[in-house]
Design a protein around this ligand. Structure first.
Ligand code: GLC
Ligand code: CA
Length: 544
């Protein structure tokens, strides 16, 4: 297998709890995923990133791991996991595991031992500080609460950058590092396709200096991790790095440095929040800013790194509700526009479950409908601070993580075919319109746009990874770019708005060949675009 297989791959993220239940307990599971592999094969995916399926008390739905080498019984057994790897492999699909090594669950054996005494060999696997008086060691915060939790029996505080049930590991402890490496090799030896590394930019933290992301030891640590573990296998690695700039992303993903294959950067994702505030503090998206951000990343990582391309994941609201339009009239059109815009960018695309059929946000009217720990904590915190209930619910409905976590919508049967029991989180009532069965029955559905785009990317790899330039359209809502390699060019033009837009390109598209278009009409060379109209064309030869 080619060492850079992941550069030409499409990766599909599964949130196992919500994908497919196979045993009627209302919770998605590994056997459910096996049942649905053919759907993924048909879509054209090469690998699955599986959100955590390890043993966990589920305070943060599996991102709090209590045993890295056991499967959460809700999801199945290790035999089921092995079978999933095997069944996926039969379809040439790789399994990418989620690697949560910034912290463990407080239920992990290591932490339970660490609590016993300061002399316990596991004590130093975590980060502890004492304080002479009852003041906290310092002002580090986990969201809106202190990041330090006091343990009276030890008269010490431990650090947790997430919930207090997720204590941070001490990456300065050599024994802890070795234990993690060993665990990683255990998974690699099963023949998995790689790892997604959860909040990996936190592992070089210096809590006493209030440094969390991008600490001084971060890159040496990741290089070491690479050399001791996955660097010796033909796998893909993608880091979750909220703090990455293009310069930092190059440190991770320049192959010469032997760190990671790529990182998820979040600069575009942060464009609809108020500067310096939290994601809950909403602001409208400026499409021109979005275009500038994407263009910057395209240019800066060229030859020196690699991009991960995504609109969605299990922490983000549904993209059509967010930056498209989830009304009946425009849902699929705007979804296609967003996909066409992204899929001629250089990098590896990630599709989050349900994105391919255009699933939408789920609106709540009361906090009792929310499972997600992050939204719940924010809700009570902001109520205390005097925000109105309406305002907080609006933030949750717009940005809350549950939006992405409602069950996958498969068909028209009860609970959308996700489960025969009561689902752990309700199925969106719009499932009768939005489901895989209906999408497959409709020749021009969003699903087929995704399928086609995945294929187009493979057939035009060299151009898509060629040069990149922004094309000026004279209209801030019309985004355009060109990719080219020698005499072959692809031009992408999208109307990011619901209004009819005029635009002008300095290029004549008369002799171009249409690659994809979200309207069932001929591309109009009159320089007018309908609501959310988007297309990509190919031009060969010198006629530009
Ligand atoms: C990452 C995960 C998120 C989790 C957090 C803590 O951001 O994507 O779901 O809550 O890390 O592990
Ligand atoms: Ca189940």
């Amino acid at each position: 297998m080619n060492k850079n297989w992941w550069k030409n791959a499409a990766i599909y993220q599964i949130y196992p709890r919500s994908f497919q239940d196979s045993n009627g307990d209302g919770i998605g599971d590994l056997n459910g995923i096996i049942q649905r592999l053919d759907h993924l094969k048909y879509l054209g995916v090469d690998a699955i990133w599986l959100s955590p399926v390890y043993e966990s008390p589920n305070i943060d739905n599996g991102y709090d791991i209590s045993d890295y080498q056991k499967i959460n019984p809700e999801y199945g057994t290790m035999e089921d996991m092995d079978r999933l790897i095997e069944e996926a492999d039969k379809r040439s699909i790789k399994i990418i595991m989620d690697l949560v090594i910034n912290h463990t669950s407080s239920q992990h054996f290591w932490f339970q031992e660490a609590l016993k005494s300061k002399d316990n060999p596991y004590h130093d696997y975590y980060i502890w500080r004492t304080s002479a008086d009852s003041n906290l060691p310092n002002s580090l915060m986990a969201d809106s609460a202190s990041a330090w939790e006091y343990v009276p029996s030890l008269d010490e505080y431990y650090l947790h950058l997430h919930s207090k049930e997720q204590p941070d590991l001490n990456w300065k402890n050599p024994e802890m590092k070795k234990a993690i490496w060993k665990m990683i090799i255990y998974w690699l030896e099963k023949g998995i396709g790689g790892f997604r590394l959860d909040v990996i930019d936190l592992i070089g933290k210096e809590p006493d200096k209030l440094i969390t992301k991008n600490g001084p030891e971060l890159h040496p640590l990741i290089h070491e991790l690479n050399q001791e573990t996955f660097g010796n296998y033909n796998v893909v690695t993608v880091g979750e790095t909220w703090g990455a700039t293009p310069e930092i992303a190059k440190l991770y993903s320049n192959p010469e440095r032997k760190e990671l294959s790529m990182v998820f950067q979040f600069e575009h994702i942060n464009l609809d929040k108020q500067a310096g505030k939290r994601k809950w503090d909403l602001k409208a998206l400026d499409p021109q800013k979005l275009h500038q951000v994407f263009s910057k990343w395209q240019r800066q990582l060229k030859n020196e790194g690699w991009n991960a391309l995504f609109w969605n994941n299990h922490d983000l609201p549904r993209i059509i509700s967010r930056w498209g339009d989830d009304s009946r009239q425009y849902r699929e059109l705007s979804g296609k526009m967003l996909a066409i815009y992204l899929y001629f960018m250089s990098g590896t695309p990630y599709i989050y479950q349900g994105e391919e059929i255009g699933m939408t946000n789920y609106e709540i009217s009361d906090i009792s409908e929310v499972n997600d720990i992050e939204s719940r904590q924010m809700y009570y915190d902001r109520l205390d601070k005097g925000y109105s209930k309406e305002e907080i619910l609006q933030s949750i409905n717009t940005k809350g993580r549950d939006n992405a976590r409602h069950p996958m919508q498969w068909d028209l049967s009860t609970n959308a075919g996700f489960t025969t029991a009561t689902p752990w989180l309700v199925v969106h009532p719009n499932y009768k319109d939005i489901n895989v069965e209906t999408a497959l029955a409709k020749q021009n559905s969003l699903f087929f746009t995704y399928k086609e785009l995945i294929e187009l990317r493979k057939n035009n790899y060299d151009i898509i990874n060629g040069e990149y330039e922004i094309l000026n359209t004279g209209n801030p809502d019309v985004l355009a770019y060109i990719r080219y390699k020698e005499n072959e060019k692809i031009i992408v033009v999208v109307n990011f708005s619901k209004q009819l837009q005029q635009y002008s390109l300095q290029i004549n598209l008369n002799h171009s060949k249409c690659l994809i278009h979200n309207y069932n009409t001929k591309i109009n060379n009159s320089n007018e675009l309908q609501a959310y109209e988007a297309f990509a064309v190919k031009v060969s030869g010198n006629n530009l």
